[in-house]
Design a protein around this ligand. Structure first.
Ligand SMILES: [Zn+2]
Length: 124
């Protein structure tokens, strides 16, 4: 009851905000994540919300002809989802739980972020 009274006096939704921050924090693990995914047992995609094993990932982006033999550059590659091809893959090696519920919340935030960062249509 005390908890309920306290939340009613809060202007916004602190729990929701904290969750969103957590989701945003997880985003940095969706890019340059080769090394982290190598250390993961299970991976999930924020775009299609599928869960898969790291060794199912066959597509990586970020290597150039100049640094394709550089181990550091290889570790900074970005995983592509084996299901939908999006660069939206998270591994459990990042410390976030990879399960259906978490991915569903990441998916919501993913599309929100995509909308925020989508460039304005060019005026012709
Ligand atoms: Zn996917």
């Amino acid at each position: 009851m005390e908890f309920r009274a306290a939340t009613r006096h809060t202007a916004c939704h602190p729990t929701a905000d904290r969750t969103m921050n957590e989701l945003l924090a997880a985003y940095r693990y969706t890019s340059n994540n080769h090394a982290q995914i190598e250390a993961s047992k299970v991976c999930g995609c924020c775009n299609c919300v599928e869960i898969f094993r790291p060794d199912e990932i066959v597509g990586w982006t970020g290597l150039t002809v100049q640094d394709m033999d550089d181990p550091k550059a290889i570790g900074r590659q970005t995983a592509m989802c084996p299901r939908c091809g999006s660069e939206a893959v998270l591994g459990d090696g990042c410390g976030f739980p990879i399960n259906a519920g978490f991915l569903a919340r990441m998916n919501e935030a993913w599309f929100q972020r995509t909308m925020i960062h989508r460039p304005a249509p060019k005026k012709s």
